[in-house]
Design a binder for this molecule. Structure first.
Ligand SMILES: Cc1ncc(COP(=O)(O)O)c(C=O)c1O
Length: 390
């Protein structure tokens, strides 16, 4: 079927964080929310149908997870990424962030360093700190025009400081960078050499644009497979974050048992009856929707880039290789970090993510373009007018 991503769906009565918590976050509700990473599009029809069918039963008792659940995830990985993992080494978790927290808790000690590249998804900082660990960061090298490289010398020096874990955002949020095989192999080689286990956060890995291909980190070499915990999910791919389900894949039984024990202790190991059916329907029947939504996102990105280049040249942006997130370099507007945040929320009336939350310097903003084009048109017009009045 053909999906209509131009259609507007009213999210204001759906307890949406993006809409209903915007006022708390930005100090005003008079804005267009383009922040937290979910999409303003209804999910794939087969997922909605599977959930409706489950709903018809009317009994929502304790729910088990059939083998076919993890098999659908494995089959998806095989088909899309050529990666065959052992379903016996996969665990359910309510989310990737809870998984990061549990892994840090179980696989490192109080006060240890947790390494990652910056800028990066803000929760890498917060879960590390909440667990009583210390972020150890290696800035990515920005080369202009959206190109970023890994500073391998700085990475090796950081590994020599013996962090307990390295978290790779793969592909990268917020910069949308897709890591190449040679880069992944080099990361793996260094992490193996310095005996630093890797958490590969691959939640955005299905959101590959422009024909880019995702290479699961654990698939790059047997050595990488032996030291990597992979975090995946249907929730970013199919816009199901409210269902709370992710899949964590371990290198061996001992690591899986260590993780599972954490969740058994607090009795969080069963699944929500809707996410059981939704995740399986997504991976078995959702691909048609995914291909269409990715085309729509690509067109949105081109649109945003062209609009900004033509009408707001003091802001610089580029088209990323993956995700539905774009990175805006607003340093040309001449604001301090706080002034820029205030300007975006109160003058441009846009709810964007402040780049500083990702560990970036002041002057950057992240915009989520997974919304109908007409919302972007309105947002960009507001931004242009605010910049002109400045
Ligand atoms: C890199 C990354 N990891 C994890 C998450 C959130 O994962 P979950 O909702 O499964 O906790 C996000 C959400 O934006 C993300 O960008």
């Amino acid at each position: 079927m053909t999906y209509d991503f131009d259609a507007i769906t009213d999210r204001t009565r759906s307890n949406s964080v993006k809409y209903d918590e915007a006022e708390k976050k930005f100090g005003t509700k008079d804005l267009i929310p383009l922040w937290i990473a979910d999409m303003d599009f209804p999910t794939a029809r087969p997922i909605i149908d599977a959930m409706a069918e489950r709903n018809k039963n009317g009994i929502f008792g304790y729910t088990s997870r059939p083998d076919s659940y993890f098999e659908s995830i494995r089959d998806w990985q095989v088909k899309r990424n050529g990666w065959i993992f052992d379903t016996a080494l996969a665990s359910f978790c309510p989310g990737v962030v809870p998984a990061l927290s549990a892994i840090i808790d179980r696989f490192s000690g109080e006060g240890d360093a947790v390494l990652f590249f910056t800028p990066v998804y803000s929760e890498f900082f917060s879960v590390t700190r909440t667990c009583g660990r210390t972020p150890l960061t290696v800035p990515l090298l920005e080369k202009g025009g959206g190109a970023v490289d890994i500073d391998f010398d700085a990475f090796e020096k950081a590994l020599q400081k013996k962090p307990s874990l390295f978290i790779l955002c793969h592909p990268h949020n917020p910069l949308g960078r897709v890591w190449k095989k040679s880069e992944l192999q080099k990361i793996a080689e260094l992490c193996v050499r310095y005996k630093v286990p890797v958490i590969s956060d691959e939640i955005h890995s299905d959101l590959m644009l422009w024909g880019n291909k995702h290479i699961p980190f654990a698939s790059v070499s047997p050595e990488a497979a032996s030291c990597t915990i992979t975090c995946t999910s249907a929730t970013k791919t199919f816009n199901l974050a409210g269902l709370q389900a992710s899949t964590i894949i371990f290198p061996d039984k001992a690591a899986k048992e260590k993780f599972d024990a954490f969740w058994h202790r607090i009795d969080v190991h069963r699944n929500n009856c809707f996410s059981v059916v939704a995740v399986e329907a997504a991976f078995r029947y959702g691909e048609e929707w995914l291909e269409q939504v990715l085309h729509y996102i690509e067109a949105n990105m081109k649109y945003v880039k062209e609009y900004i280049d033509t009408n707001i040249p003091r802001i610089k942006t580029y088209i990323p290789e993956s995700t539905y997130l774009m990175w805006l370099d607003c340093r040309g507007l001449g604001f301090t970090g706080d002034e820029l945040a205030e300007f975006m929320a109160k003058k441009a009336r846009l709810g964007l993510n402040d780049g500083r939350a990702f560990g970036a310097d002041a002057g950057y903003m992240r915009i989520n373009v997974a919304c109908p084009r007409s919302i972007l048109t309105k947002a960009l017009t507001q931004l242009k007018e605010a910049v002109e009045k400045k």
